[in-house]
Design a protein around this ligand. Structure first.
Ligand code: GDD
Ligand code: MG
Length: 360
């Protein structure tokens, strides 16, 4: 097993309020662009050749990752003229693969943080003799995902992307976004038009009697599609709950990157990451949060489970809980922002303008 395709074409619009110019896979999680974790994990599992299937803001990947040699990989980039969808993106890079028709090729959604045992997925694929094997995860609310019921041998019986009605929710097993495809199956995907692997390829293969095998695995798994999930994932990388060889430094309660300026009595907990050139003021408390490059948290601010964009400023005594503050935004002193609030890049919230708690 040496080859993988990484799908990094989604618009990542759900992170839009946070960063205007950075595509989701390049937003730092535990100090490095998120994609680094996926690439490093693939390498650790024996993958040597990775093709990045990109569309949106594709030009930012190559200057950063280059030929992949810093990660011990051979990296190639293929950019779609128009987004081709997940299946179309896979088909579009087929000519870059070195694998023979019967060889297994790994495919990863580019926004997943997981402890998946990649080798075990490939082993399952080999021993079951499947055409395609899928990593499946169990979640409480499967509606935002692809539902994948299996029989008692793990063979996939249906694929229901984003179920709309309660009757469609037939299982809590979801597509976790990591597949092994036999190379020959990739070549059957139509060329030159958008194809959804979830809505077209998988149901079509099942209708044709192909063997799709599911591997349910209860390891750490998170889709980083929302800013809140992104903050959670970054903290879990720092805490060591989500395993990645690419975390720069030892796992623990906090990760303070070189060049950050943290006041001696500031309290950083819960997997908080402080980016290079960020500043944390006296007595500030930052828990389970990601503070990107150059951001400033002033004295006495309290920040929990929040994402602070590059160059943003959080005023003294301001309280943030579950907030997303866009790059360069300013939240003046003595504000209180909670529960999924998103402040647009560059916005300016004057001192003492927003509160949630009742008047004292
Ligand atoms: N190159 C390319 N071109 N990549 C794409 C395109 C495209 O047109 N569209 C989506 N992708 C990439 C995204 O960047 C992402 O890494 C991956 O394909 C999945 O797309 P999402 O937009 O994140 O889909 P989702 O999260 O709603 O659903 C998918 O992931 C779930 C697990 O997180 C589906 O695969 C579900 O079945 C699955 O449960
Ligand atoms: Mg996703």
């Amino acid at each position: 097993m040496t080859e993988a395709i990484l799908l990094v074409g989604g618009k990542g619009t759900r992170l839009r309020p946070l960063t205007v110019h950075t595509p989701k896979p390049m937003v730092p999680a535990a100090g490095v662009p998120f994609l680094t974790h996926q690439l490093a994990r693939a390498r650790a599992a024996g993958v040597e050749h990775v093709v990045l299937a990109t569309s949106y803001l594709a030009e930012v990947f190559e200057p950063y990752f280059g030929d992949g040699s810093a990660l011990g990989l051979h990296l190639e980039y293929v950019t779609e003229v128009e987004p081709l969808g997940t299946g179309g993106a896979i088909r579009n890079v087929a000519s870059r693969l070195h694998s023979a028709p019967g060889d297994p090729v790994l495919i990863f959604n580019g926004d997943i943080l997981t402890g998946l045992d990649i080798r075990a997925l490939v082993d399952t694929h080999r021993t079951s003799g499947a055409d395609v094997s899928l990593h499946l995860s169990r979640v409480e609310d499967p509606r935002a995902f692809g539902l994948v019921p299996t029989d008692d041998t793990g063979r996939v019986t249906a694929f229901l992307e984003k179920p709309q009605t309660p009757e469609e929710i037939v299982t809590d097993q979801i597509n976790a976004g990591a597949y092994v495809f036999n190379r020959s199956v990739i070549d059957t995907i139509p060329t030159g038009r958008p194809v959804s692997v979830e809505r077209e390829t998988f149901p079509g293969l099942l209708a044709d009697g192909a063997h799709l095998q599911g591997m349910v695995d209860s390891t750490y798994w998170l889709d980083l599609g929302t800013p809140q999930a992104f903050v959670r994932g970054s903290a879990d990388l720092v805490l060591g709950r989500a395993p990645s060889p690419a975390v720069p430094g030892r796992c623990g309660d906090r990760l303070v990157l070189e060049g950050a300026d943290v006041a001696p009595d500031a309290k950083l907990t819960g997997g908080t990451v402080v980016g290079p050139t960020a500043t944390i003021g006296a007595g500030a408390r930052v828990d389970g949060s990601t503070v990107l490059d150059g951001a400033v948290i002033e004295a006495g601010a309290q920040v929990r489970d929040s994402l602070i964009g590059a160059g943003a400023r959080i005023g003294a005594r301001t309280v943030l809980d579950g907030a997303v503050i866009g790059d360069g935004a300013v939240v003046g002193p003595d504000n209180e922002l909670r529960d999924g609030i998103r402040i647009w890049c560059g916005a300016d919230i004057p001192a003492g303008s927003v509160r949630f708690s009742s008047d004292q």
